[in-house]
Design a protein around this ligand. Sequence first.
Ligand code: FES
Ligand SMILES: [Fe+2]
Length: 417
Amino acid sequence: MKFIATDVLDNREKMTAMASAQLDKQGFAIDPYFYRSHVTYEAELEHIIFKSWLYAGHISQIAKNGDYFLFDIGEDSIIISRDNNGQIGAMHNICRHRGARVCEEPSGNRKAFICPYHGWAYGNDGHLKSAREMDQLEGFKCENYALKKVRFVVFQGMIFINCDPDAADFVAPLENISRQLGAYDLENAKIAERKTYRINANWKLVLENYLECYHCSSSHRQYAKLHTLEAPSEKVKPINQAMWARAEELTGVPGIADEYYGYYNDAAAFGACSYTSRYALYEGFKTGSRDGEPVAPLMGNMQGYDGGAGDFQMGPLTFMLNYPDHCVLYRFIPRSLTETDMELVWYVNGDAVEGTDYDAEKVAWLWHHTSLEDEYIIMRNSEGVNSRFFEPGPYHPEYESTLMEFISWYLKTLSSV
Ligand code: FES
Ligand SMILES: [Fe+2]
């Protein structure tokens, strides 16, 4: 963790005033204050992160009764489990006695979660089974002390959680992209590889970097060779139009290239973004691999290669880039003011056999390589942005337009807390 100087006089009033003032400077990168302020980080957790729908994992990670995995957000930890009756649940990993973590191992199979501190025992559905010697306390009832539940939904095999009990529904916004996403049959897909990159930078810098492709041609040579997103849209319009014209026929999926924009300010509800579009790869490339050749069997209902890739967003911090033969999920999670977990999950067809049908290293090569490049540039960005001498410059009107959308939503949220 990188420690940065703290302004001890910082407070919520200053933060909301800074956010309102920054809203008047739209089109420009934001003040270093937002990356350095502990007050802001705390407000972000409270008003953005813990009120948003976040990808927690895939149902294949809890295939059997008793399977569970942990999802760490900020300083928090959430248990996602499948109980003895096969029901999925999400709960806070915080003992109802004096608050110890009840589970340390990041994943596994448990009939019960036994708190390591004083031994309270919880079932794998979170109910308190026993609390050692607590019968001495008059009126104590185990049923009053279940692990606190977290809201979740399962959509096409992906588990999303929201720590806000009053959060708006997420399934309806996701339905707007279900046809395009459904083509990959993620429910029956398999995780070929999963990597967490701990980036020593504020979460917004990591997300901002994902939201723009202005840096693609200068920072990602390999990616830029394959993907037209690196170029201004007008320049690659004919390539995209040709791909859109053949997409349905070659993939066999009706409406696969239909766009839907419902993110940030335009989301159906707060923290419930959903978005999809399809963009072309340069001629001669079929998929996002080292040489543009397939690295796994076709996903789900896909019947062929159209030279396109599906771009998706699910919630403010989760994205997918889906090729006909594999899908790459990106999730950004703050862990402290200056640390972010960037999680990548590579999915392949559920019937594909490792070693025979695919090589996990080959499937992951392009985006692992690209992520390491991103890590490098984000850290350089963080160094400069954290300087008191940084004067924010203008965003590119097209390349950085989605990033501007995020910033505007972010500032509006902060200015009204
Ligand atoms: S804190 Fe868990 S049993 Fe005491
Ligand atoms: Fe990048």
